[in-house]
Design a protein around this ligand. Sequence first.
Ligand code: NAD
Length: 482
Amino acid sequence: MKYPALANTIAAGSSREMLPILSPLDGSTLSEAPLSTAADVDAAAKAAAEAQVEWGARTIRQRAQVFFRYRQLLEQHQHELAELIHEENGKMPGEGLAEIVRAIEVTEFACALPQMIAGEVLEVSSNVECRTQRSPLGVTASITPFNFPMMVPHWTIPIALCLGNAMLFKPSEKTPLSAMRTADLLQQAGLPDGLFSVVHGDRNSVEAICDHPLIRAVTFVGSTAAAKAVYIRSTGNLKRALCLGGAKNHLIVLPDAIEEQTAVNVIASMAGCAGQRCMAAASMIAVGKVDSIIDKVCEEAKKLVPGKNLGAVISLESKQRIERYIDEAEAAGARVLVDGRNTVVAGREGGYYVGPTVLDGVTREMKIAQDEVFGPVLAILRASDVEQAVAIENASPYGNAAAVYTQRGGVARTIANQASAGMIGVNIGVPVPLEPFGFGGWNDSRFGVGDITGRGSIEFWTQTKKITSRWSTELKQGWLGD
Ligand code: NAD
């Protein structure tokens, strides 16, 4: 094992079953992490509740100071963190670095929260004023997937904590190493002990989180099936919940799109992080005659070399699942223009690599057109006009992102209005809204109300108190309606 065995930041005592952590780069064992039990969740929740009392009583300006220091630490350690992400997730180090940049951005948003949460005040009656203030919820939890071990947790951690909450963080059991570094750096920045704790584990620990009475709010990011289950279980236990699920993003390419720019952008969207992004291009809808763009898309795809500028997928099971989708699509009549199956990287024969893959002639009925494949695979579907293209996009049960490539503003606007997705790109394949715009999809890509970052997240992590005061020497008792 390259790294010592991991432990929860709050240990409940007895020994746990351990799960090996394998590097997707070569299949080697990096470390192992405990499969936490309900008793572990209970210990972490109790420590969090205790620490939150003092933390919640600080002013938000005092709490923000921790995040100014934390932001500096993230920057200082960005290369080391990017390397760790590369090892545990398999993405390229540059892609790991991009995660830290995004984590820093959200931390900066948290640093600005004192300015953003200023309340309202109004003299609602003579000498009577009503003012609002935001209070933390108490203990919260954040459950995250493997594909962004640093970026996705940072959608919640700095914002929830800076707003005065405590948090249990349940990282993916596939990528728990950077979670430990997050906890270390938060402690170095001055966060009180017990306020933020890492609880390792799988579905069982998530269910214990959903059931724990001290936990008031849960965010989840992961596959749609799990997001639904966590939403139902958490809200069934009367918690606030916001659960982001999977995706199937459609890029609509029109004949007037700028050829080279579109091709480069479509492939970057499809293959970045080996296609394991909830914002990745899964399907390209080619409207009318766009064959020269498709030729360029294939040219661009062929520039990607696994292990050199294309990372690994997370597991052998993922590699096999992705290749099965390609096999089935081919058997159903799709043409494989660029084939990434059976990829082996010399010197890393144990790694889980899938090469870039482009399929043309995919039809709406094929599984590859409907399911989330989560690999570097682009399925091209043909549409005769914009209406048909929008109908294909609208038929997907998901609704994370969609994009259109064109030089005509009016058409772009129509498609942006008609697409059934929460984040839309115009000539942009990965339309992530940066802060203060919130991140969040629609339909089966999100359960709950609001976005996970941005201004909307303030509403999720706080409750509003309305204080009505009268300071007057008059004897009069009633005041309503004066
Ligand atoms: P996953 O659903 O397998 O796991 C996510 C988390 O849930 C992990 O911490 C895991 O331990 C836990 N978990 C797994 N099954 C569970 C269950 N049945 N009940 C409760 N908890 C469970 O997802 P993953 O494979 O780690 O990540 C990939 C998925 O995440 C993709 O579907 C991707 O689209 C999605 N994702 C979505 C967004 C978004 O913003 N919508 C962002 C990133 C990833």
